[in-house]
Structure formats: structure tokens, C-alpha cells
Design a protein around this ligand. Structure first.
Ligand code: 5GP
Ligand code: ZN
Length: 137
């Protein structure tokens, strides 16, 4: 448990939360300020600040759990779509520095349409080739 980490406190039961799933490695809670009805957060019980620190096996398990919950929540909430969101670093919008995966149900009716809409930029000539060279793994 990390000191002053709100999610560690929730996992430890020090701070109450609305839990919809729990196992040995994860707790899934409703977000306190939801982007849409049912917005939930997958929290690994061990403290890792972000995706860079998260061990691969937990990353894989988090995604499998996200798939399970996306299906379950879609059925129960009768939502029309679903976003998985995961922020790393302040510049990326992370505000709680304990890895978490957002589960965001989306609705045709009454949903905030531009919840996740960004400006679409354009590459300059040659830029994509440079990026492919740089990034090819
Ligand atoms: P981030 O911006 O770091 O990706 O997301 C942090 C999320 O945690 C936000 O959506 C915020 O509403 C949620 N959150 C922050 N504090 C609490 C809390 O005490 N309880 C719950 N359930 N959610 C929280
Ligand atoms: Zn923590």
C-alpha cells in the first residue's frame, strides 16, 4: 500500500466505495464523478503508479477482466457502446497515480457525445515515414 494513495485506501477499506466486483487481485468500483451512468474503475489491489510500472501479467488480467465487465455491464445497463480509457501521467489526464482502467458505458440517448473527442491533427510530409522508422519494434 502506498502512502496517501486514495485507491490504496479504498482497497484497504479505509475509504468506502461502491464495489461491483472483487477478487484476490482486483477491485472494481463505481467512479465517484462518472462520465456516464455506470462508469467504473478497475483497480489492481497492489499499488502501481501507471502502465509503465504495471507487471505484464496484471496488465493481461486487467484486460481480460475489462472484457468480462464490458459484456456484463452492457447487458445490465442496456448501454449501446463502451469506452475503455486508461490515463498515464498528469499531461495525459491522470489524477490518481494508482493504475486504473476506466470502464465507460455509452448511450445513444442522453450521453455526453463529446466525452472523448479530440482535435484531429495532420502529419507534415515525411513525418509518418520518420515515425515508422522511429517506432518500428
Ligand atoms: P484519472 O483521471 O486518474 O484517469 O481518473 C481518476 C478517477 O478517479 C476520476 O474519474 C475520479 O472521478 C475518480 N475518483 C477520484 N477519487 C475517487 C474516490 O474517492 N472514489 C471513487 N470511487 N472514485 C474516485
Ligand atoms: Zn495505491
Amino acid at each position: 500500500m502506498a502512502e496517501n494513495c486514495i485507491f490504496c485506501k479504498i482497497i484497504g477499506g479505509e475509504i468506502p466505495s461502491n464495489t461491483i466486483y472483487e477478487d484476490e487481485e482486483f477491485k472494481v468500483i463505481l467512479d465517484i464523478s462518472p462520465a456516464s451512468k455506470g462508469h467504473a474503475l478497475i483497480l489492481p489491489k497492489q499499488h502501481y503508479a501507471n502502465i509503465y510500472d504495471l507487471p505484464e501479467d496484471l496488465a493481461a488480467k486487467a484486460m481480460i477482466l475489462a472484457k468480462k465487465l464490458a459484456g456484463h455491464m452492457t447487458e445490465k445497463l442496456q448501454c449501446d457502446g463502451f469506452n475503455l480509457v486508461q490515463n498515464n501521467g498528469e499531461v495525459a489526464g491522470q489524477t490518481v497515480f494508482h493504475f486504473h482502467l476506466h470502464l465507460i458505458p455509452r448511450y445513444k440517448e442522453g450521453d455526453n457525445r463529446d466525452l472523448l473527442i479530440w482535435n484531429q491533427l495532420q502529419y507534415k510530409e515525411g513525418e509518418t515515414e520518420e515515425l515508422v522508422k522511429l517506432l518500428t519494434l
